[in-house]
Ligand binder design. Structure first.
Ligand SMILES: Nc1nc2c(c(=O)[nH]1)N[C@H]1C(S)=C(S)[C@@H](COP(=O)(O)OP(=O)(O)OC[C@H]3O[C@@H](n4cnc5c(=O)[nH]c(N)nc54)[C@H](O)[C@@H]3O)O[C@H]1N2
Ligand SMILES: Nc1nc2c(c(=O)[nH]1)N[C@H]1C(S)=C(S)[C@@H](COP(=O)(O)OP(=O)(O)OC[C@H]3O[C@@H](n4cnc5c(=O)[nH]c(N)nc54)[C@H](O)[C@@H]3O)O[C@H]1N2
Ligand SMILES: [Mo]
Length: 785
């Protein structure tokens, strides 16, 4: 149970113990204490993810209809602890530190200062943020925006914690202003899913519900680390494993919770501490090897079906489903039949036997769910890989029946809802026509910028103002060392945040820091507590009502901030009564219903149902909103030629991943308990044979150099080598410390999602002193403490 006191870095995650269990509960307590909060009888934690409570500000896993007493997880509790911290960032704090100084602080130290208490405005003379009144801030923001040379020179960024109500008003504001530049965090996350899934099955969202998880015979998990990133999913996986369902994981790393998990809700586990074996098969696929691995599984299934036909045995494929519901099986089947096993083995890093073992489970299971996360989406061929997963499901009719389906696991708690609300730079005609009609204006039909395009516009000098609704844009994006220096040229940057983060130090000539009320806090308008709504990974929409006293009496809600900016900017030419929306959020929901009546009819009534309501999802009813009117078997041709060098042959493939103690760019601590790494995030996890091959040894310091586009050198110094159980040619390091290495152009070609899981890199040895100096300079080791 105890963690090593002065640990040697080693990355030994194979000690046989289970993830979860008592250490998870202890970790909750530790983090609450660090933020000066007590766990015992904590009413706030008990209200999280309950029908009349608030939605956890962490991941997008759905809430069960009958919640457990503790419907939160270790990492949800950490997120809440960091949100409801007693620490404060006051005007006095800002008076003591210049922005140039804050820029040298670590991500952890910046956020650990606590909640921002008052609106602040940057003062260039003193290089400090000084307090400003809300009225003054809005007036100045409005004035700046009215003076931009062109409405398209504004970018409105959204991070996925923003509620439906705030997101809807935010895009209304942007469209009334006359543009559609809505980069959002989804563009760095599941955009691949939003683009590739509709081509295959006509909907950009998952098709499963929690009930499907209760009925699945097999669950395949590709490139996702639920023990850390959606721990409440572990309840479903744990229950599935207990009842004998097969769980098969594909991941270059043996993520501890996918190996064994002890459920803090299960007394048997808590007594024995050894937990339950989760994955019945674990395949350490090479980074980026999933596409061809899945084609290998499909090949085995198709060939088994060919054999059954020859021998007059029952068919392996669900022929009735394929005939009625799909298009394009034959070319795909032929492609798989002709794909040589040597190529499959070389590119996936998995053996034919291993893939045939997966196929055997797939063929004997009536109901199969495939889940995926960033290990699939953040690749240059992410969309192609995902479409192979869909092909696999289609072969045996595993979409649109109980216990089966496609399950992309979204990241932020409302990232899916924000898109539904129109945070979409390429929104379709029906939505734009409806917005125009309901609000009496003509919304521009021109497409705007996603994250990658916003970054390119910044590089071209075509952005004048940037507003960010939550998040940490200038830390989360690719190519930070190239993009961030351009920001000082902007006329204005505005950050609406709860906490201090690095984006506050990357600012325009005018800059505002506008702190808002958080999800867990009471949002009182006219004496009435307001409810907001969110949509989870399974298209369930439900209400969320905060209960804590806001962190400061000066805070206002995101809705009020958006309305304040909109009123000051659009002034007299807006017919929208912003104040009426701020006074009663139910009126915003009425407008959402008016714009999207098929999805949100009786919106205000239906959010009162426990667990909320599910948005319509064609594919899960087997209606296919695709060009062919059917579900499509899609595959890229000619990707793997005989002499194509597999990844890792001449350089390493770097995947940038999350530790157990971070939420995206919010770093809770330098530990990564499940991977056995303590006290340091500046590490590179490497295969022992690669360490030897490169003439390195454990504990050496190295500089990463991106092995792409040599005209722009991209380097990240000061990473310590640790031997790790990762396939040869692959290595792992943490995000966001590595975000300078990721070239903007290295992205999924259809969705523009940055390929954060495959950055070709070389490693160059450094001496420890050089490494220390480099880290200090980049603000990557604690400067404040
Ligand atoms: N506590 C916590 N919860 C979170 C977050 C957080 O940071 N902290 N972030 C939230 C957000 S926004 C998101 S998007 C999700 C992210 O949740 P995940 O999708 O789990 O994200 P990652 O940790 O980036 O990486 C996922 C896994 O992909 C594996 N992987 C990398 N490359 C490949 C590959 O080529 N193939 C395969 N098969 N696997 C690969 C990695 O080893 C890792 O286990 O979590 C959300 N929830
Ligand atoms: N290399 C690499 N880069 C990546 C990734 C990767 O795996 N590798 N992952 C990508 C992914 S999946 C994502 S989603 C993005 C994440 O990118 P973002 O969503 O932009 O980043 P976060 O770190 O989640 O944002 C944290 C900040 O949000 C603010 N915040 C928290 N709660 C609230 C709130 O209630 N309201 C408001 N207004 N602000 C709030 C706090 O000030 C906090 O500092 O990063 C992407 N970047
Ligand atoms: Mo994400």
């Amino acid at each position: 149970m105890s963690e090593p006191k002065n640990p040697q870095l080693q990355g030994s995650q194979s000690d046989g113990s289970a993830a979860g269990g008592w250490p998870a509960l202890n970790a909750v307590n530790k983090h609450l204490l660090h933020q000066h909060i007590l766990l015992k009888g904590n009413r706030t934690l008990l209200s999280m993810n309950k029908p009349d409570g608030f939605d956890c500000p962490s991941c997008a896993w759905p809430d069960p209809k009958k919640p457990h007493t503790f419907e939160y997880c270790e990492n949800g509790a950490k997120a809440l602890a960091w949100e409801s911290t007693k620490k404060r960032v006051t005007p006095e704090f800002f008076a003591q530190h210049t922005v140039s100084e804050l820029a040298t602080w670590s991500d952890h130290d910046l956020e650990d200062q606590g909640r921002i208490t008052e609106p602040m405005r940057y003062d260039a003379g003193s290089d400090k943020y000084l307090p400003v009144s809300w009225d003054e801030a809005f007036a100045e923001i409005g004035q700046e925006l009215r003076q931009l040379s062109d409405p398209w020179k504004l970018e409105l960024y959204t991070s996925g914690r923003t509620s439906n109500e705030a997101a809807f008003l935010y895009q209304l504001f942007g469209r009334l202003y006359g543009m559609a530049n809505f980069p959002d965090c989804s563009n760095m996350c599941h955009e691949t899913t939003s683009v590739a899934l509709p081509e295959s099955i006509g909907v950009g969202k998952g098709t499963t519900t929690l009930e499907d998880f209760e009925n699945a015979d097999a669950i395949f998990i590709f490139g996702q680390n639920p023990g850390t990133n959606s721990p409440r999913m572990m309840s479903e996986l744990h229950a599935a494993a207990r009842r004998g369902a097969s769980i098969i994981s594909f991941n270059p790393l043996r993520e501890k919770a996918l190996v064994r998990f002890a459920s803090p809700q299960d007394p048997r586990d808590m007594l024995s501490r050894s937990g339950v074996k989760i994955s019945s098969q674990y395949h350490q696929v090479r980074i980026g090897g999933d596409m061809i691995a899945v084609q290998g599984i499909c090949k085995a299934v198709i060939e088994a079906d060919d054999a059954a036909q020859r021998e007059g045995l029952p068919r392996v494929l669900d022929v009735a489903f394929i005939d009625e519901h799909t298009h394009g099986l034959e070319p795909f089947a032929d492609y798989c039949r002709q794909l040589p096993w040597e190529i499959i083995e070389r590119h996936s890093g998995l053996t034919r036997q291993a893939l045939e073992d997966v196929a055997a489970v797939y063929m004997r299971s009536e109901r199969v769910i495939c889940c995926w996360g960033m290990g699939i989406t953040q690749h240059k061929r992410g969309g192609d890989a995902m479409q192979q997963i869909i092909n696999l499901l289609l072969l045996r009719g595993n979409i649109g029946k109980l216990g089966a389906g496609a399950c992309p696991i979204r990241g932020h708690s409302n990232v899916q809802g924000d898109r539904t609300m129109g945070i979409y730079e390429k929104a379709g005609e029906p939505f734009l026509a409806s917005m125009s009609k309901v609000f009496g204006f003509e919304a521009s039909r021109k497409g705007g910028h996603d994250v990658a395009e916003a970054c390119e516009a910044l590089l071209r000098g075509e952005v004048e103002a940037f507003i960010s609704m939550g998040g940490n844009f200038f830390r989360a994006i690719p190519d930070i060392d190239v993009v961030c220096p351009t920001v000082s040229r902007l006329k204005m940057t505005v950050l609406v945040n709860t906490k201090l983060n690095r984006s506050a130090t990357v600012h325009g000539q005018k800059a505002f820091l506008l702190p808002c009320i958080a999800r867990s806090e009471l949002d009182m308008q006219n004496g009435v507590a307001q409810t907001v709504t969110v949509e989870d990974s399974m298209s369930m929409v439900h209400g969320s009502t905060g209960m804590l006293e806001p962190a400061s009496k000066h805070l206002i809600s995101e809705v009020a901030i958006i309305a304040g900016m909109a009123k000051a900017t659009l002034a007299s030419n807006s017919k929208v009564d912003w104040d009426s929306y701020v006074n009663d959020y139910a009126r915003i929901r009425d407008k959402i219903e008016a714009v999207l009546p098929e999805q949100f009819y009786d919106f205000n009534q239906r959010i009162k149902e426990p667990g909320g309501f599910r948005l319509p999802n064609g594919a899960s009813e087997r209606t296919w909103n695709t060009a062919s009117g059917k579900a499509n078997f899609l595959f890229p041709e000619g990707v793997f030629d005989e002499d194509d060098t597999p990844p890792g042959a001449d350089h390493l493939q770097l995947m940038t991943i999350r530790s157990h103690d971070q939420f995206n760019t919010t770093v809770y601590s330098n530990d990564d308990r499940y991977r056995g790494i303590y006290g340091d995030r500046m590490v590179v996890m490497l295969n022992p044979q690669d360490i030897e091959r490169l003439g390195l040894k454990a504990g050496d310091y190295v500089e990463f150099q991106t092995a792409l586009d040599v005209t722009t050198p991209r380097r990240a110094p000061g990473f310590k080598v640790i031997p790790f159980d990762v396939p040869q040619g692959c290595c792992a390091a943490y995000y966001p410390e590595t975000n300078g290495l990721l070239p903007l152009a290295n992205r999924d070609s259809r969705s523009n999602t940055p390929a954060a899981k495959s950055i070709p890199v070389n490693l160059v040895r450094m001496n420890p002193e050089e490494a220390q100096v480099a880290l200090q300079r980049r603000g990557l080791i604690a400067a404040a403490s």
